[in-house]
Design a protein around this ligand. Structure first.
Ligand code: HEM
Ligand code: MYR
Length: 415
């Protein structure tokens, strides 16, 4: 049995928080190995990156998700009792419920709402002083996803709910006030949505046919039982929160257009180029750093022992930047995706493997669709200038965002 390289320090949690997205990759480079062992939150943890590792990580015979996510991530970002922590038949059933929402027609409907709202906002932006794209998109996506999902949201509540959904996304890797804000936001948002589920079930607030609200409120498990309303709330928030989080990817897309202006012309009226551009944004920019699982039964892999119960982290960012998988991974080059099918274990910003049978992101198609529409709106529907500002991405901060939130000036509608 080979000895797995191991961090020497008794606990690397602080080092992880300090190093951010490069934590696993830096150590893999240093040890010359895509597998090493460390301690995070005091628990022994095996870190992995690369394509063979991703293929292993998504083998549900070997790994389970029960209790795999650190409690601090559950209490803020993903909630407790939701699909992310289920295994086996229970996971299949819950995942099928969520995937049933993601039909091509429903995705188109969400995209249409998004385009309509974006274009309706342009006059307000035209008149205004500098517009911060991140803030605008956060509120816009909150309104759009609630309307699409059948969740009533008064105009006066948009800011508040948008702040709550963002607080959950910003909290998991933070200590102090940012973390506490995420804890509080999750409690409030779960109460809001659990009440709505109750009112929907009793007929006080009927859900639009086919909406995410209806699907989740009325879902029955294999034994014919409705989901407990708090769990139904966690699942509906699993649709609302990450759709709002697409604002970060759209800011990254706008940043990429700014840094690589030749692509502004290429993506215009060219669906293939837009697709390549969006895939490269998802590969290149840092978002979800790592996925977590737990060894279900002991096994050996590539000469290394994986004992039962051991926590395992798969480096999503590091796999998307792996030098053996991507030529010049630190360059932004959308053309790398030209004429090449996307492999299920190589480009994994939203997890790898299969959407139905595994834990791959349920909202990946929504994400890609919204990003493509955003790129079209930014290049073919309006023009703008990007004044001097702090756009430096700090990879130590999870989740990352350019500090300015991307400020735009002189916005004009062009189409
Ligand atoms: C799971 C990333 C958008 C719903 C995941 C996972 C990642 C991820 C890394 C976990 C994969 C794993 O555990 O193996 C992202 C990123 C997004 C995004 C970076 C960009 C904003 C969305 C959207 C939705 C969504 C738009 C829904 C509308 C989910 C759900 C799961 C999930 C329900 C749990 C799947 C399961 O455990 O089976 N996402 N996601 N995500 N995502 Fe996303
Ligand atoms: C979602 O809302 O589910 C999708 C986007 C959230 C990404 C937030 C990433 C923050 C850092 C999480 C650390 C997890 C480490 C295992």
């Amino acid at each position: 049995m080979a000895t797995m390289p191991a961090d020497r320090s008794p606990d690397s949690t602080l080092a992880f928080l300090r190093a951010g997205y490069r934590f696993i990759g830096e150590r893999c480079d240093r040890y010359g190995s895509d597998v090493f062992q460390t301690r995070i939150l005091l628990a022994p943890t095996i870190c992995l990156r690369g394509r063979p590792a991703a293929t292993l990580f998504y083998d549900a015979e070997r790994f389970q998700r029960r209790e795999a996510m650190p409690l601090r991530v559950q209490r803020t970002l993903i909630g407790r009792g939701g699909v992310q922590g289920l295994d086996g038949p229970e996971h299949r059933d819950r995942k099928a419920m969520l995937m049933s929402i993601m039909t091509p027609a429903a995705i188109r409907q969400l995209g249409q709402l998004f385009d309509d709202e974006w274009q309706a906002r342009i006059p307000a932006w035209e008149g205004a002083a500098p517009v911060t794209l991140y803030d605008e998109l956060g509120r816009l996506l909150t309104r759009v996803v609630c309307a699409w999902a059948g969740v009533p949201l008064a105009a006066s509540q948009v800011d508040r709910r948008s702040v709550e959904l963002h607080a959950m996304i910003e909290a998991p890797a933070m200590v102090g006030p940012r973390h506490w804000r995420g804890l509080l936001a999750r409690r409030r948002a779960e109460r809001w949505i659990a009440d709505l589920i109750e009112r929907t079930r009793t007929g006080i607030s009927p859900a639009p046919a086919g909406s995410a609200l209806q699907v989740i409120a009325e879902h029955r498990d294999a034994r014919g039982r409705l989901l407990p309303r708090r769990i139904a709330a966690v699942e509906l928030l699993n649709v609302l929160r990450p759709t709002v989080a697409v604002d970060r990817f759209i800011v990254f897309a706008a940043l990429a257009l700014h840094d690589h202006p030749a692509w502004r012309q290429r993506v215009r009226d060219d669906d293939e180029a837009t697709e390549q551009f969006v895939q490269e944004v998802r590969r290149y920019y840092p978002f979800f750093p790592a996925a977590a699982a737990q060894v279900r039964r002991s096994f050996d892999w590539q000469g290394h022992h994986f004992p039962r119960g051991r926590r395992v982290l798969l480096d999503l960012y590091g796999t998307n930047h792996h030098p053996a998988l991507w030529s010049e991974p630190e360059l932004f080059r959308p053309q790398r995706f030209a004429g090449r099918p996307v492999d299920a274990f190589q480009l994994i910003p939203q997890g790898g493997g299969d959407h139905w049978t595994g834990h791959r992101c349920a909202g990946e198609w929504i994400t890609i669709d919204l990003m493509k529409r955003a790129v079209t709106n930014l290049t073919s529907v309006m023009r703008y200038e990007v004044p001097p500002q702090d756009l430096a991405l700090d990879l130590r901060r999870m989740p990352a965002l350019p500090p300015s939130g991307l400020t735009l000036t002189n916005i004009r509608r062009t189409a």
